[in-house]
Design a protein around this ligand. Structure first.
Ligand SMILES: Nc1ncnc2c1ncn2[C@@H]1O[C@H](COP(=O)(O)OP(=O)(O)O)[C@@H](O)[C@H]1O
Ligand SMILES: [Mg+2]
Length: 255
C-alpha cells in the first residue's frame, strides 16, 4: 500500500565533499514522500547525479545523513538497499548480447525466480512499458530505436517491483516527439504503479510534465521545492529564469 504521507527518502543536512575538499553538495535537506515523483531540476554540474547516487549508496555522504525507508544508507546493506531501488540512466547499459527478455528478467532471475515466473513478469513489464512482448522479447538492443531502448530500461528497473525508482535524465537523448510521448507514458505508468520516484532533469518542461513536485538545485545547494503550479509563478529569480525559457522566439535585433 502507498501511504502518501510516509517519507520514503530524507536528506538531513547532507554534505558531499571530494577528497580535494571541493564541496559538491552542501547542507541539503530534502524529503521525498511515498508515491510522489520528485523532479530534481538544475543546470549541468549542479549536483543532481551526485544527489541520486547518495540515495542508492553509490556514494556516501561526508556529512549529514541520507535516510531511506527510515534507515540511514550507512546502515543499509548496499545490495539489499539496491533491491529496493530501480535505477534508470540515459545510456541504460543494456547487455548487448542479451535479448530484451533476458535484460529485463535479469534481476528476478538473480533473485531465484522460476523460469516461468520470470517469463510472465517480463511480458507484463514489456506491456507496461508500451512494447508488444511478442515482437520485442527476442530482439537484441541493437535492433531497437532509442525510445524503445529507454522503454526496456524502465521495464528492467521495475522488474523486481522496487518501491523506489531513480531516473537520471532517462529520456535526455531522445528526439522531442519521442521524448514527449515517453514522458506522457511514464506519467500514466506512474499513476498506476505509484512508485516513489526521483527524476533528474535539466529540462524545465520535463520537470513540469513528470514531477508532482520540483526541487531546484543550484551549485550544490537547494534553491527551492515547489509544486509545478507554484514553480510557474515563483518569484525566485532562478525559477523565473527557467520559466522564461518556456517562451519561444528570437531576441529582437537592433535595426
Ligand atoms: N568524482 C568526481 N570527481 C571530481 N568532480 C566530480 C566528481 N563527481 C562529480 N564531480 C563534479 O561535481 C559537480 C556535480 O556533478 P553532478 O552531480 O554529476 O552534476 P549534474 O548531474 O547536476 O550535472 C560537477 O561539476 C562535476 O564535474
Ligand atoms: Mg548528471
Amino acid at each position: 500500500m502507498t501511504d502518501p504521507l510516509r517519507t520514503m527518502i530524507e536528506f538531513r543536512k547532507v554534505q558531499y565533499r571530494l577528497a580535494d575538499s571541493r564541496v559538491l553538495l552542501e547542507k541539503l535537506d530534502l524529503e521525498v514522500r511515498q508515491g510522489e515523483t520528485m523532479a530534481l531540476l538544475g543546470r549541468s554540474g549542479s549536483g543532481k547525479t551526485t544527489t541520486l547516487k547518495l540515495i542508492n549508496r553509490l556514494l556516501e555522504p561526508t556529512g549529514g545523513d541520507v535516510v531511506v525507508e527510515d534507515r540511514s544508507t550507512r546502515d543499509w546493506d548496499p545490495v539489499r538497499l539496491r533491491r529496493r531501488i530501480g535505477y534508470v540512466i540515459q545510456d541504460i547499459g543494456l547487455f548487448p548480447h542479451f535479448t530484451v527478455a533476458r535484460n529485463v528478467g535479469l534481476v528476478p532471475h538473480l533473485e531465484g525466480w522460476s523460469e516461468a515466473r520470470v517469463r510472465d513478469r517480463v511480458d507484463e513489464l514489456l506491456e507496461l512499458a508500451g512494447l508488444d512482448p511478442a515482437e520485442f522479447r527476442g530482439r537484441f538492443p541493437r535492433e531497437l530505436s532509442g525510445g524503445q531502448r529507454q522503454r526496456v530500461g524502465v521495464a528492467r528497473a521495475l522488474a523486481a517491483d522496487p518501491p523506489i525508482l531513480l531516473m537520471d535524465e532517462p529520456f535526455g537523448a531522445l528526439d522531442p516527439l519521442t521524448r514527449a510521448e515517453i514522458q506522457q507514458e511514464f506519467v500514466r505508468l506512474e499513476n498506476r504503479l505509484k512508485k516513489t520516484v526521483v527524476f533528474v532533469t535539466h529540462d524545465i518542461r520535463e520537470a513540469l510534465t513528470v514531477g508532482t513536485r520540483i526541487t531546484l538545485l543550484e551549485a550544490g545547494r537547494l534553491a527551492g521545492v515547489y509544486s509545478p503550479q507554484e514553480f510557474l509563478s515563483a518569484s525566485d529569480p532562478l525559477a523565473a529564469q527557467y520559466v522564461g525559457t518556456l517562451r519561444v522566439g528570437k531576441v529582437a535585433r537592433d535595426s
